[in-house]
Design a binder for this molecule. Sequence first.
Ligand SMILES: [Mg+2]
Length: 124
Amino acid sequence: MNRYIVVIDDSPTIRVSVEMALKQMGLPIVQAENGQDALDKISKIKGDGDDVAICISDINMPVMNGLEFIAEFRKVDKFAPVVVLTTEAEKDMIQKGKEAGASGWIIKPFQAEDLLNVVKRFVK
Ligand SMILES: [Mg+2]
């Protein structure tokens, strides 16, 4: 069984930098450009008998934002951690994210090492 890291952000630049930061976790990484895209990809992952190790999700995205994503994701996965990527200006989103079921957060712009350390705390 594979355990996937799911990286959700509408910015391709952010997705690539998150993926690079987390490469050394040694887990397969799937990128999604919004919450709905992530749910579709997670549904395929679980349908294949695999699992989600952790989601790293932006808040502001078209189609389905990060808060909506977390609420929907919690219906199909109660336990996999979700780390929210948020900007300083969206700091009030941290509380909303927690209420929706987020496990932690990273303030953008982030250092690769900080992101890696947060993820390591959640994924053993
Ligand atoms: Mg965004």
